[in-house]
Design a protein around this ligand. Structure first.
Ligand SMILES: [Zn+2]
Length: 387
């Protein structure tokens, strides 16, 4: 299984400069390659492969001599990354690869091989840069693959090392009605589960976001180009990073528990844009959180042999009665609770939605009978069935 290990790096002044050179060169090559790919396609409908683009690197180095100062494998890795960005675009039909900006909060470059990790002396050796002081907190066993160095907006450096630990992905455990949980993510509560559990966004996160708004206002009050504006911007970046860390921590706790407590987890493919209308503070909390949460669920399910079931967005899951299948067309966004006209069940809006997500996911797996709108849902079959 592939696992990524991330460590903080402490480069000295010269090494920091080399990091920045690598970041700049990789961004430059990435953007140039992207431009060339687009042009080639527009002019004669040809597709430049990663191999084609890498073959152009030697000429590029003659033209831009400063590129020779950086590790050529990092430049080749950049073209591979661009290739994967296109693969994702074609496979998932979203997000055409974007040009990289020096203003992106996270700047990176890859090191595909020939780096060394020295756990005894807390240092990592990178080609063309040398030994860099690194806090190697956790030791890993296995074959190290690609490493990526990243720089945050506040100038911190990290290295992320992909390790193949040699273990096979565990077999999927069987699941049934009672061992599956449905999750409904939302704005009021971060997640509501089909067993009735509700998890709110932590209060400290709200506080941190309010503080961010204050800091952002300060930037706009400072004169453009002034030192004070730079300082205010740095404070904003620092607060951003704090929020990202806090949020990740929170999401890890929730996703780990959901995965360890259940054999299968059902989620709904989200229309984030639709959900976000008129929710400014919620947007700051929500947008990244949901996709990051689903990402964590996905890989943790892989790790522990659990199953992640995704259902498409069908009839709004909140409007269907999870007991009898009646549809409540009068349900407004502001209604947090409602009583079903068909069977008289009193529903909590989000709990009902999460039960529906679970039911629809299990229907897709043929694990329960179809709930016809307006009809009666069949009782779940069996407890444990091979997924
Ligand atoms: Zn009903």
């Amino acid at each position: 299984m592939l696992i990524a290990y991330k460590y903080r790096m402490y480069p000295d002044e010269r090494q920091r400069e080399m990091f920045l050179k690598h970041i700049g060169a990789c961004r430059f090559v990435y953007n140039l390659s992207l431009e060339r790919k687009i042009k080639a396609y527009e002019t004669d409908k040809t597709t430049l492969s990663c191999y084609n683009l890498n073959a152009m690197l030697p000429d590029l180095k003659k033209e831009f001599e400063w590129l020779t100062e950086v590790n050529s494998q990092s430049l080749q890795q950049t073209n591979r990354n661009l290739d994967s960005a296109f693969t994702r675009f074609f496979r998932e039909k979203k997000g055409f690869p974007k040009f990289k900006s020096r203003k992106n909060p996270l700047q990176t470059f890859g090191i595909p091989q020939h780096y060394k990790v020295d756990f005894d002396n807390n240092r990592v050796k990178l080609p063309k840069i040398g030994w860099i002081k690194t806090k190697l907190s956790r030791q890993f066993n296995g074959i190290s693959k690609t490493a990526t160095v990243s720089m945050t907006a506040t100038g911190k450096f990290f290295i992320s090392i992909l390790v193949d630990d040699g273990r096979e992905t565990p077999e999927k455990e069987p699941f049934g009605y009672d061992s599956t949980i449905g999750l409904d993510v939302g704005i009021t509560d971060f997640v509501t589960m089909s067993d009735g559990t509700k998890i709110d966004n932590p209060k400290f996160l709200r506080g941190s976001i309010q503080r961010l708004n204050v800091l952002q206002k300060r930037v706009s009050q400072k004169k453009k180009g002034s030192k004070n504006r730079d300082k205010a911007k740095y404070q904003v970046a620092k607060q951003h990073e704090k929020i990202t860390d806090q949020r990740k921590d929170f999401l890890h706790k929730v996703s780990s528990k959901a995965v360890s407590d259940n054999q299968a987890i059902a989620i709904e493919t989200l229309n984030v844009a639709g959900m976000m209308k008129n929710h400014c503070l919620a947007q700051a909390i929500g947008d990244v959180s949901w996709s990051e949460f689903f990402r964590q669920l996905e890989y943790k399910c892989e790790w522990y042999g659990k199953t992640l079931l995704r259902v498409g967005q069908f009839e709004p899951s909140s409007k269907i009665c999870s007991v009898c299948g009646s549809i409540n067309d009068d349900l407004k966004l502001s209604d947090r609770e409602w009583t079903c006209a068909g069977c008289g069940t009193f529903h909590d809006r989000d709990v009902n939605a999460s039960i529906n997500i679970k039911k629809f996911a299990l229907q897709d797996q043929n694990l329960i009978g179809v709930i016809a709108p307006g009809g009666t849902g069949e009782e779940p079959v069996g407890d444990v069935i091979d997924g």
